[in-house]
Ligand binder design. Structure first.
Ligand code: MYA
Length: 619
């Protein structure tokens, strides 16, 4: 069998370039002095700004392109060894059947550097930035999502906190272990009573009287790598004293916990629908003594540490799933090109053509989102949270659709295990649930955006109370015209850009209208928030595809015309949906419908299920 270390990836990386790790843009804790001096930073998020009707195009136009030639060369040189690992060493179907990846295969992945893609070279990692990581994630996604979770839970969230928030001593101690010593990491946040409501965790850590350590008690569930990890990022409540009021209050703190501290045990591997080869287990902490130097970030700031680790890793899911979709499309296309029914190949039938086209449109948009975000992150942006959440929701739903349609094109053959799509479909189901359910992330996107718009409205109201002192601000607002994207796209996309601009304008106006109508109660209007989130997601998809395909056209890429076609088709579908969703936020008929659904649901809950008599029982 091929020995993976023949690929010599680690050496290749070290030889070709000692590139610096591009630290992900998470604000480092600041001293009080620094915080006071820093001028107010403008939010550069494209999506946050359209909630207040403002076009801040820097993140999306032109389509970001941050890799140097050298970085591109390194990334390309890794693509082949990664692909060979998946085709010649790893066996996804076997791992799925055994609910375990072979130890020798995992060893090969470690040797390839696949478990430390973003760890700096000096610590033994591949030293890749987010964009390079995304490119490799695509290969993982195309081949084995189960192994992807082992890999992702380890580095996308397991030890990511050490990269983002670790002290020098923490990095020096732990990064070599998780990069080269085959020591697995995990991210332990979720608990039996705390899933989406991440702030409500009950694990508790109590500080010793001499302030030298914490004692941790509690348990976590559904922890990816939970049964195999030696190092975990664990979140627990700790007593903190409010700096302003002096009151004692529980606040979350993040810790680096080693299994070797003692008192850490884990349950048996969970039996799951998919991603079976990855380990998922409960983890129990009983009087675990954690040295104070293992606090990650500031004490009491653990919730934000958790959120930012998740924010930082989410684009990776988009990149991974764009690879999965590509593979599904390849399988479906091979079938459509060969299978003959009613005297013609399937590819000749319009309904099959429409399916393939739609699958490609969604794959293109997902990939465009993931790499727009990764490249903004690599360029140092700190404002990517909404976009990252959007890309996670979009990718996980599109991948599900694409895999389902691929199975449909293959018909009975798609249902058979040997085709491989059945495993992919089972693996994909969890992506709409973990790393923040899509339901919670939709609310997160809409509420964050609405809050940002609300703050702006308040600023405007304040400015009008003293207009002479705020003339600049007021004029800037008054001179704002309708959105015009025409300067950013190639002529063939003018119509699509016009549709998108109209959506952006209506989006800003609708957000304002909704805010004025519901004010703070908007947090209780989940269905309206969902409409806003869906509109936001479609707008982001239109914008990134228009940007990317315009660039492809300007660069005269051989794929440019196809990319333009995908973009135009997407704009037509998505703009219609945006208009429809925005209309629903204010339509009386829709509000009536929403109320009716609530009444129906209450009845179902009161009756513990369906509340109708069967047709045969009716008199
Ligand atoms: S790990 C488990 C994942 N769990 C979750 O994602 C939990 C979801 N819940 C939440 O995110 C939060 O609880 C929500 C807020 C959003 C609901 N960024 O009052 P708040 C700030 C920055 O709104 P809550 C897993 O599944 C906010 O501004 N800041 O909070 C792994 C506020 O700040 P301030 C944020 O209502 C699976 C404060 O926090 C964010 O309690 C394995 C409080 O806010 C944010 N996002 O809840 C995956 N949210 O006080 C494997 C809030 O200053 C990896 N805040 O105003 C797979 C990788 C892919 C594959 C790779 C293959 C290669």
């Amino acid at each position: 069998m091929l020995r993976i270390n023949n690929f010599g990836t680690r050496k290749l990386i070290k030889d070709v370039c000692k590139q610096r790790y591009y630290s992900a843009a998470v604000p480092k804790p600041k001293t009080e002095h620094e915080t006071k001096k820093e001028p107010k930073r403008e939010n550069e998020s494209f999506m946050a700004n359209i909630f207040r009707g403002n076009l801040v195009s820097k993140q999306v136009f032109p389509y970001p392109d941050v890799l140097t030639e050298e970085q591109k060369e390194i990334t390309n040189s890794l693509v082949d060894p990664f692909e060979r690992f998946f085709t010649e060493v790893n066996d996804a179907a076997k791992s799925d059947a055994n609910s375990k990846t072979d130890d020798s295969t995992l060893k090969s992945l470690w040797e390839l550097g696949g478990m430390a893609i973003q760890v700096p070279n000096d610590y033994g990692g591949l030293g890749m930035n987010n964009t390079q990581y995304g490119r490799l994630c695509q290969i993982v996604g195309a081949n084995d999502l189960g192994l992807g979770i082992t890999l992702g839970a380890h580095q996308s969230i397991g030890f990511k906190g050490i990269l983002l928030y670790g002290t020098q001593a923490q990095k020096d101690k732990y990064l070599p272990k998780v990069s080269t010593e085959e020591v697995y990491a995990a991210f332990a946040l979720t608990e039996p009573s705390s899933g989406s409501d991440a702030n409500s965790i009950r694990c508790r850590a109590v500080k010793s009287a001499d302030n030298k350590y914490y004692v941790l008690n509690g348990s976590k569930i559904w922890i990816s790598n939970g049964g195999i990890a030696e190092i975990m990022t664990v979140f627990a409540q700790t007593e903190q004293i409010d700096k302003k009021t002096g009151e004692k209050k529980d606040k979350v703190t993040a810790f680096i916990v080693e299994r070797s501290f003692g008192g850490v045990t884990s349950g048996p591997p969970e039996k799951k629908m998919g991603i079976k080869s990855s380990n998922t287990a409960e983890v129990y902490f009983e009087d675990v003594k954690i040295p104070i130097e293992n606090v990650l970030g500031e004490e009491g700031e653990g919730f934000k540490v958790a959120m930012n680790i998740l924010n930082n890793g989410r684009f990776g899911m988009g990149a991974t799933l764009s690879g999965t979709m590509k593979k599904c499309i390849e399988i479906a296309t091979a079938h459509a090109n060969n299978r003959v029914q009613f005297g013609q190949k399937l590819k000749a039938y319009a309904s099959i053509q429409a399916k393939l086209a739609q699958m490609n449109i969604l794959q293109y948009a997902t990939e465009s989102m993931a790499f727009a975000i990764s490249q903004n992150m690599d360029a140092g942006s700190q404002d990517y949270h909404l976009e990252a959440a959007i890309s996670k929701v979009y990718a996980s739903e599109c991948a599900w659709y694409v895999c389902d349609e691929a199975i449909q094109i293959l018909g009975g053959m798609g249902f058979m295990r040997d085709t491989g799509l059945e495993r992919v479909m089972r693996d994909l189901r969890i992506f709409r649930i973990f790393e923040g359910t899509n339901d919670i992330l939709r609310l997160f996107v809409a509420l964050s955006g609405v809050q940002y718009a609300g703050n702006h409205l308040k600023e405007l109201q304040r400015a009008f109370k003293n207009p002479s002192a705020n003339l600049g601000f007021i004029f800037k607002e008054a001179s704002r015209r309708g959105t015009d994207l025409s300067a950013h796209v190639v002529p063939e996309l003018m119509e699509s850009a016009k549709k998108t601009a109209a959506c952006i304008d209506l989006f800003g106006r609708t957000t304002e209208e909704v805010l004025l109508k519901h004010n703070k109660n908007i947090i209780h209007e989940q269905l309206i928030l969902n409409n806003l989130a869906d509109a936001a997601i479609d707008i982001y998809a239109m914008v990134v595809t228009q940007s990317r395909s315009s660039r492809a056209s300007k660069l005269n890429l051989p794929t440019a015309q196809h990319e333009i076609n995908l973009t135009k088709a997407l704009a037509t579908q998505a703009s219609d949906r945006v208009m429809d969703n925005l209309k629903k936020t204010t339509s009386g008929q829709q509000q009536g419908q929403n109320k009716l659904l609530s009444v129906i649901a209450q009845e179902i809950c009161n009756q513990d299920g369906v509340h109708t008599t069967g047709p045969l029982d009716q008199q």
